[in-house]
Design a protein around this ligand. Structure first.
Ligand SMILES: Cc1cc2nc3c(=O)[nH]c(=O)nc-3n(C[C@H](O)[C@H](O)[C@H](O)COP(=O)(O)OP(=O)(O)OC[C@H]3O[C@@H](n4cnc5c(N)ncnc54)[C@H](O)[C@@H]3O)c2cc1C
Length: 404
């Protein structure tokens, strides 16, 4: 009887998990009929989430159908709602709404993350985000429609809440994008509101001055040490009672792992990620691996852990898929490791910053040179491989073995 690997999610982690499992199956000469690999996700496409802060977010998707066909990976369109670890079965709703049960021998949970929305008055009604494609497309439509409104300080102002990586990337896009929509002479205003003591708090002391200088150069204001207490149609209220008149608030203040993680045993971190074993297995559920944004895994023996990042999701996915297949094929599983960590942060039309290391982060490149790297990352590196078997298996192998 055939054995079944089921992978929830077709993001960076899910795709690399599927390709890595298929690669090992191929290497061991096992037929796809004897070991099936099935990806379950709403659509057979990779949503290129790291690009959702850019123009035309609707286009930030890469089809996966031909790649799956070339590598004998099955695809099931649907939305998983329950995981029954005891019975080894998941239930899903197909795109037509029909419920279905899918048994597995090994399950890889790669269902990603979503933006965190605290219960702040008005946030659900008036807040925008770039955390998922639907939200980014809605923001894009909203920005385009601003041109139909009469000029006003509120129309010409964008407030970005959260001065972390995503907040900075979306804020530094805004001045140019607003001028394109509203006219080059429009006095556009972009404000980052950050409740911590500084923007780019995670970046550390060496990179931060360059980022702050770049924000000043683009005319982006920063308000630090203050949170947001409410949003309404025409503005945003800050904790200290101040108000900013704005038609556009972009919420970039935190992510949470897929709610499916709550159905798994074991410990979770404050982001909802499962604290996984070295081979990415879920403690207490020996047939389930968690990966990508749903997993918190040690990257090395120096106390560093994976982040909710594409960089980690790709490699975590490659290990999880390999290990799920290895476990069924009687091969030893491999402990995940990812010694190098780099950040390439976009800083608007002609600049970025590239850093290496965890703490301290050392600045390697800035300005237009770093922007070239960022464009290469966003437009080439993170896209799926060609729909060709050998190239796809090589891509999966490199995702697990090649360090930055
Ligand atoms: C605006 C933005 C900028 C970013 N910039 C960077 C960056 O510069 N560098 C970087 O490294 N990272 C960046 N990230 C983070 C990066 O995009 C994520 O860490 C990465 O997408 C995680 O990959 P994943 O495969 O774990 O999850 P995802 O990419 O979120 O994929 C999850 C998959 O699971 C599917 N899914 C979810 N729930 C279910 C369900 N119940 N049933 C079936 N399928 C389900 C989804 O449809 C999707 O296919 C950025 C993110 C955003 C939003």
């Amino acid at each position: 009887m055939s054995q079944k690997i089921v992978i929830i999610g077709a993001g960076f982690a899910g795709l690399l998990a599927a390709l890595s499992a298929a690669r090992l199956r191929n290497e061991k000469g096992v037929s796809p009929a004897d070991l099936t690999i099935t990806v379950v996700a709403p659509e057979p496409a990779l949503i290129v989430r790291p690009r959702l802060y850019e123009r035309d977010p609707a286009s930030m998707t890469a089809p996966l159908g031909e790649l799956f066909a070339a590598t004998d990976i099955d695809f099931r369109a649907g939305w998983v709602d329950t995981i029954d670890a005891g019975k080894g079965v998941i239930s899903l709703k197909g795109v037509d709404g029909a419920a279905e049960m899918l048994p597995y021998d090994r399950l890889v949970v790669a269902a990603g993350s979503h933006g965190f929305q605290p219960p702040i008055p008005g946030l659900a009604d008036f807040g925008h985000s770039v955390n998922d494609r639907a939200a980014a497309v809605a923001l894009d439509k909203h920005l385009q429609a601003l041109a139909d409104r009469p000029a006003s300080p509120a129309r010409d102002t964008v407030v970005v809440v959260g001065g972390g990586f995503t907040g900075i990337e979306v804020a530094t896009e805004m001045p140019d994008r607003l001028r394109e929509i509203l006219g080059q002479d429009t006095p556009v205003r972009v404000v980052i509101v950050e409740h911590g003591p500084c923007v780019a708090g995670d970046m550390g002391d060496e990179p931060r001055p360059y980022i702050e200088a770049r924000l000043r150069e683009l005319g982006i204001e920063t308000i630090v040490g203050s949170g947001v207490s409410g949003l309404d149609e025409g503005g945003v209220a800050l904790d200290d009672g101040a108000r900013i008149e704005t038609d556009t608030v972009i919420w970039s203040a935190g992510m949470r792992a897929s709610p499916l993680t709550a159905q798994l045993p074991g410990e979770r971190d404050t982001l909802g990620r499962v604290l996984v074993d070295p081979d990415l297995r879920v403690p207490g559920a020996p047939h389930i691996f968690a990966t990508g944004d749903t997993a918190k895994a040690a990257t090395d023996d120096k106390g560093n852990f994976s982040l909710m990042s594409c960089q980690h999701a790709r490699r975590l996915g490659a290990f999880a898929g390999h290990n799920a297949a290895a476990d069924l094929l009687g091969e030893p599983t491999l402990p995940y490791d990812q010694p190098s960590y780099v950040v390439c942060l976009d800083l608007g039309p002609d600049a970025a910053i590239f850093t290496r290391g965890w703490s301290p982060r050392t600045v390697e490149i800035t300005g237009p040179e770093a922007k070239k790297v960022k464009m290469e990352v966003n437009r080439v590196w993170i896209y799926p491989p060609a729909a060709e078997r050998a190239a796809a298996f090589q891509n999966a192998f490199e995702a697990r073995t090649v360090d930055f």
